[in-house]
Design a protein around this ligand. Structure first.
Ligand code: ATP
Length: 245
């Protein structure tokens, strides 16, 4: 993975140019320009219904583009598709955890190792690495995922995404329903991993105060458009943040 010095010259890892998308002919996003740079946490904020999830999905090929482009490593993708993006090291952590409640955590992670086509010989080390990043996953490995708390389930969902050793995580509201303390328990290890490896993270969050603590840049969305780019420091003052809402 690239370090900060290489990152300065590198093209954006993932980008949108003039992107428009919607559902069944109804436009949601219009003219979105976005760059997710190597080695950064970029936080996407905005009201309910602003289009944050739709943008994440469009970047990952889950919603077709009406216009514009998605670029990976500076190259336009003819048609963004989840399988190709996953193979290129982009992992998507959907809103709502998306886990199988009847499987144990260990079974969930083994299934993910298989789905990520991690060679059998590498699987124990890969699992050990994810357990080192999120140690609590080891503790509740034998529990059925459906019996875990919301935050624990979210940890499983993120752990599953990490098993493919992505260079980019797209995370949709991982903290939904979590208390602020749990937010930091969940996302500090990801921030630490990101800083250690140069990974990039695009984080959609409603819990703006907590999200700003672990972000490098912020984009604010309103009605399907990006209305402001800022640093967390720019928005430290409550009034500035309120202007966006
Ligand atoms: P939230 O913070 O509430 O998750 P968001 O900013 O992520 O909101 P989106 O979920 O992207 O917003 O929704 C943007 C708009 O697209 C909303 O008007 C929503 O109703 C609509 N929308 C989202 N998903 C679909 C869908 N599958 N079919 C039709 N319309 C949809």
């Amino acid at each position: 993975m690239s370090g900060p010095s290489q990152a300065a010259n590198a093209p954006p890892l993932l980008a949108a140019r003039g992107l428009a998308a919607g559902y069944g002919g109804r436009p949601v996003l219009d003219g979105i320009d976005l760059e997710l740079r190597p080695n950064e946490v970029l936080c996407l904020i905005g009201h309910n219904g602003a289009g944050k999830t739709t943008l994440l999905k469009a970047l990952f090929g889950l919603v077709p583009l009406a216009r514009g482009d998605v670029l990976l490593d500076g190259r336009v993708l003819a048609r963004p598709a989840p399988a190709a993006l996953a193979a290129a090291g982009i992992a998507y952590v959907p809103e709502g955890r998306g886990i199988f409640p009847g499987l144990t955590v260990d079974e969930t992670l083994r299934l993910a190792l298989w789905a990520a086509a991690v060679p059998v010989a590498e699987r124990p080390a890969r699992l050990g690495w994810v357990h080192d990043v999120l140690p609590r996953l080891r503790e509740f490995g034998a529990r059925r995922a459906g019996t875990l708390s919301g935050g624990e389930q979210q940890m499983v969902s993120i752990g599953r995404a990490l098993l493919g050793r992505p260079r980019c995580l797209l995370m949709d509201e991982p903290s939904i329903g979590l208390a602020p303390k749990l937010f930091q328990d969940l996302l500090r290890p990801i921030r630490a991993l990101q800083q250690a490896t140069g990974m990039s993270v695009l984080l959609v969050e409603q819990n703006v105060r907590e999200a700003l603590k672990i972000s490098d840049r912020v984009l604010a969305m309103k009605s399907g458009a990006i209305i402001r780019e800022a640093t967390p420091a720019d928005l430290a003052d409550n009034a500035r943040l309120m202007e966006l809402y």
